[in-house]
Design a protein around this ligand. Sequence first.
Ligand SMILES: CC(C)(COP(=O)(O)OP(=O)(O)OC[C@H]1O[C@@H](n2cnc3c(N)ncnc32)[C@H](O)[C@@H]1OP(=O)(O)O)[C@@H](O)C(=O)NCCC(=O)NCCS
Length: 174
Amino acid sequence: MAVREWVVEPYESGRHLTDAFSCGSDALDAYIRKYASQDARKRVANVFVACELGGTEVVGYYTVSATSFSKEGLPATRETKQLPRYPVPASIMGRLAVHRLVQGQRLGEYLLVDCAKRVIAASRQVAVYALVVDAKDESAKTFYRKYGFLEFVDQPMRLFIPIRTLENALGRSA
Ligand SMILES: CC(C)(COP(=O)(O)OP(=O)(O)OC[C@H]1O[C@@H](n2cnc3c(N)ncnc32)[C@H](O)[C@@H]1OP(=O)(O)O)[C@@H](O)C(=O)NCCC(=O)NCCS
């Protein structure tokens, strides 16, 4: 099978084609088709889409925004105990979806790594302790756990990974 080449770039409505996007979740399909451009315009979420090299048909996407959380929601470890009592800064990948036709070809992983690299780069300017994700179901949770995400103790569908862990996994050049 030919190796596919993906390009990940900021979503531009009018250029990127989303009408045929179908990932198995109606809510995630509706989001990219109808609501993504509004969120991007309002600056409440940045939306990044994957297309095949040279194409404009969207085959995957994620959103990323700023957030914060209380350290009380994290598992108590030596590191998390040392976090401040005030809100801990974080980035959240609110949505992640891959078109059914290309699921299982590592695009989900590619998008997750792309998001992690952008958050690492941003964290050099504005401090970010962790990348947070919201899993829509147990299967999505299993996907994120594979990459080292840990559950919040007070929100079982919310997971996080410290930026330092991502930097160590992806290399300082990420
Ligand atoms: C979950 C999703 C993003 C994964 O994308 P994908 O491109 O199909 O996954 P990849 O090919 O990158 O898989 C990478 C690894 O994760 C595993 N994996 C993929 N989907 C998984 C799932 N739903 N549950 C558990 N593991 C999963 C793969 O088996 C692979 O494991 P391996 O390293 O042992 O081979 C995609 O299936 C999707 O869009 N699903 C519907 C929406 C959704 O659930 N979004 C999740 C965020 S809430």
